[in-house]
Design a protein around this ligand. Sequence first.
Ligand SMILES: [Zn+2]
Length: 67
Amino acid sequence: MTEENNNSVMCCFCGKGIEYSFAVQLSMKPSPDSEEYQGFYCHPICLDNLLHKDVPRHPDLLTNESK
Ligand SMILES: [Zn+2]
């Protein structure tokens, strides 16, 4: 993974860099009983494109989208 700058993280869906302040942070538990989380970052639009249309979006998801 290459960082574009100090404030850049990688989108877990498209693999491109995203500015930290524009990233969505995802927390994944490998199983419901797991006590450990794995964190991911992604573009709001990548998450929106991948979620099934019937999954409700958090109201803030697409409000501070980067250009
Ligand atoms: Zn992305």
